[in-house]
Design a protein around this ligand. Structure first.
Ligand code: FE2
Length: 224
């Protein structure tokens, strides 16, 4: 009887553990909803192929190391030293690939959405919203190769703009990202070819500033 119970326990726990993994973030718009600024084809490849590949790679690396998926993904940066040295670089790269893309996809919305509360926050730092957009755009154009521009908050609630290469993340530096733009060529090349500036200027037309403000508000509440 005890043998049977042990057998059931091990088999059930195996299948139970198999269900643990980080899930693909749903889009709250359709793949063609961001046209003409981002095409169906670009978004389909970006979301269904590239983002999903980062997610699968991350889940497989974590499963291999018997990780139990019991913390938010962002907290993995705090415990990275628990993983074997040989796996850390791949975990960090794919983790960034997941987190950065989830922020990017979730901040977009067809036709964009303004929020006066976010305008007020931005104006307290950048004087005018237009000035913020110009500074963000200049920063994004400075990226050489692949990477992202982020609007981040530090632990004192100060806003700032940073560029990070490849799939590096502000979380690794103790900064909280609330908005980003993907400057990897796969984000825009099919639609804009070499016109990266056109992609950057159109990006602001499809942002949901209410969501970005909500991220800001949640983080500020956390540190107060
Ligand atoms: Fe991307």
């Amino acid at each position: 009887m005890i043998k049977i119970l042990w057998y059931l326990f091990f088999n059930l726990s195996y299948y139970y553990k198999g269900d643990f993994m980080y899930k693909k973030q749903e889009l709250d718009y359709s793949l063609n909803d961001l046209e003409p600024y981002i095409s169906y084809e670009t978004l389909d490849i970006h979301y269904n192929v590239l983002y999903e590949r980062y997610l699968n790679n991350l889940n497989n690396l974590l499963k291999k190391n018997n990780f139990n998926f019991n913390i938010p993904k962002e907290e993995i940066y705090n415990i990275i030293k628990r993983f074997p040295v040989d796996d850390r670089e791949a975990i960090l790269f794919n983790l960034g690939g997941v987190i950065n893309h989830e922020l990017y996809f979730s901040n977009m919305t067809p036709l964009g959405k303004e929020d006066i509360r976010f305008n007020n926050v931005i104006e307290s730092k950048y004087i005018t919203f237009q000035n913020f957009i110009e500074k963000f755009s200049v920063k994004a154009k400075e990226i050489r190769g692949s990477g992202y521009t982020f609007l981040v908050i530090d632990k004192d609630g100060e806003l700032g703009l940073i560029n990070l290469a490849n799939q590096d993340s502000p979380y690794r530096m103790g900064l909280f990202p609330i908005m980003n733009i993907d400057i990897w060529e796969h984000s825009y090349f099919l639609d804009y070819k070499a016109n990266k500036d056109g992609y950057i200027s159109n990006y602001f037309k499809i942002l949901d500033y209410s969501k970005i403000y909500k991220r800001y508000e949640e983080f500020i509440k956390e540190i107060c």
